[in-house]
Write a protein that binds this ligand. Sequence first.
Ligand code: TXA
Ligand code: MG
Length: 508
Amino acid sequence: MSKMFETECDKLEHLVIPSEMMANIEDDIPINIFSKDIQSKLEKAAKLLKNGEVVAIPTETVYGLAGNALDKNVVPKIFKAKNRPSDNPLIVHISSLKMLKQLLPDGRIPEKYIPVIHKYWPGPLTIILPKSSKVPDVVTAGQGTMAVRFPNHPIARALISLCGFPLAAPSANSSGKPSPTLASHVYNDLSGKIPLIIDGGSCNLGVESTVLDGLRTPPAILRPGSVTYEKLKKVKGMETVQVYRRDFVDKKLEQVPTTPGMKYRHYSPDAAVVLIESNIHSTEESYKEKRKFYENALKELEETTTVTEKENNTKTKDNDNNSNIKKALKEKNRLLKEHVLSPEQYKEISKLATVAEKQNKIIEQEMEELRKKEHNQESNKKIGILRSQSIKTWKKNHSIEDENEEETPSSKKLKISNERSESVKSSPSTNLIFINGNQQCIEWEGHIEYFMGDRENPADIARELFKALRFVDKLNVSTIFVEGIEDVDEGLAIMNRIRKASSKIIKY
Ligand code: TXA
Ligand code: MG
């Protein structure tokens, strides 16, 4: 797509909506509660949106690429700017229940959703609702249902209120890239393609909203997010909620890309991502079983795919057969992506005491392999690691002693990485780069390490994950290793995104 706009970036921080007003989800926010300066910035964006343009806006999850959801001529511009396949439906963002009711076929919110709406709206929760003819088919990619979210970011809420119409908004990244959590990420992907980015600073949550389909029985989480499975289960009517892929699969859902991130490549930086997935409950026995299962399945698939491929060569246009091959190949690819350690490696790894030690050891072994390979190819690329071990372990491993390290660390091995994002503060007296005050990206023994957060606080890791992927990806790395965490609380959303970004998963 050629350059169509001189993309402007408007800073708009410190916009506050009084909490009583925020809590009143029935009504929209009146513009006159804001200062003249804020009003004029919001009006500029609203004018573009009313004129049928698309604008990137901050939300509490990630930046969104917004356009009038009710205008069928606007929506294709969203798809085009981010190069998104047109069969992947968008989320409709509203700023009051009044606005929502106008979009529903009978003007009524399904009873089942009432408790969850009152508990988690406004917020990082998207719900699947029946769609009326008011919402054009391009928004929902022809689905009979629509996805709706009521954001709690003050800029998003004020802007939708001011427009007076709902905004369709996918994440404001180029399709396939990690979602943007800083305005600079949006600029990087979409500069020249949209007229305006509203810079509201760093997104507080960092992963996209939870997508909940409460029209299904039992209700289903199609995409995990910050409104976690553990939280949803406690809401009336949601006690039996299931997580897609973890608790069930559905053929129909697999065919259309309504299960977020299912059909298309997602969250991928340019470097290859390798996930080191801890399975702390795995015993020697269950490991052996897993390994055997994996080897047998791969062998069996090898046989079926070669047979079916051969058959297919003789019997053309056999649809059944075709779908069998596709299925087998898909399964084969999945198993090839998921790599279980060799028995020798496993033995060595299992001697180690902590998850962090084990992950570290695997990364070391893999790095060595990679370095040998890259040395042969005379590559000058580095290796990146995204850490989620405890801050104590991480600091100890890097001879960082103090919480507020202000002095040059004693170890000479520590070197600053030479690139930084706007959120990075560095102290000239140290060799460390501090990201957002307490998170760090350093160069260590020739590789780049980014500390995302402590695995005990998955919300911190969620906030950093996409930033870390984008940041390290810019540092001339060939491969990024990521330390996996447990699939609980926000960990479920984090692992869901990393698994999709990974070209290889190492399980132990
Ligand atoms: O946090 C978020 O949800 C962000 C911010 C900007 O609000 N938006 C976002 O949008 O992540 P997007 O388009 O990147 O992801 C929306 C997902 C899509 O992957 C799509 O599959 C799913 O929601 N979706 C949309 N309509 C649906 C429907 N009718 N049924 C099931 N899933 C649907
Ligand atoms: Mg997206």
